[in-house]
Design a binder for this molecule. Sequence first.
Ligand code: SF4
Ligand code: SF4
Length: 257
Amino acid sequence: MDAASVKRCIREAILKRGFNGACGVASFSDVYNDLMPVQRKEVARICGNSLSVLLSRGSVISIAVFHTENAIKSINVTRDGRVDYEKWNFYADEYNLLNSVLNDVCAQLASVLDGVPLRATSELGKKVRSVEEYYPFAKISHRVVAEHAGIGARGRNELIVTKQNGSAVRLNSFITPRKLDRDKKGKDLCDDCRACLDSCRILLKKEQLPNYRQQCMQKINGLNLRYSVCGICLKACYENGSWRKISEQKADFIMQK
Ligand code: SF4
Ligand code: SF4
């Protein structure tokens, strides 16, 4: 199976489950070398004796499924002056559903391609007490994989910003010993935009805080939604981020060339 067939298979599997998405291929060694040491150790443990083969020619496939506009619109909505948490749970439920879709698609891929299906990051907020505990639990950074596989680039909200749906995207990864054609790294779509920073005081002060992720995790847990999510900075990006304009400009530029 070549990269084009793998991608066709993934896109069909996502569409069949009622969502839109994207996928890309990265070199295993590029991803591995970019992981935090604690995650590199976890990935080495998962790969076992196959690690040296993977480092010499293996690939990692990034799978992305996009949130729907209806779910994004349900985030942090007020009614009669109060936050409507039940409405917000519509986004939380979709987050959980997208994780299941990603895990199903990865399992389906494992039935046609040799390799290791990973799991979408979910529900860790309730299982771990600190972000330090989170990193090994999460096994791999799906964001690092997505950057290398051209799905998008890291935005100011630290999420992956895609040209199709901003940062309203969930990710999963599949490790394979096959040497598939690689995609180019994703391009920055933030430019001078600050929409996400203006939506969240924690994010705005991330450079000054010792570990802003810890505060983010506490805020998420404090919301007490059905799943461990917030989504405010994701919504700000989807609705007001520069990614839409910059992607259109890049597309125009390519067409004019
Ligand atoms: S998820 Fe929520 S708390 Fe965390 S950075 Fe985004 S807006 Fe802030
Ligand atoms: S809101 Fe703007 S700055 Fe923030 S991630 Fe999205 S495009 Fe980048």
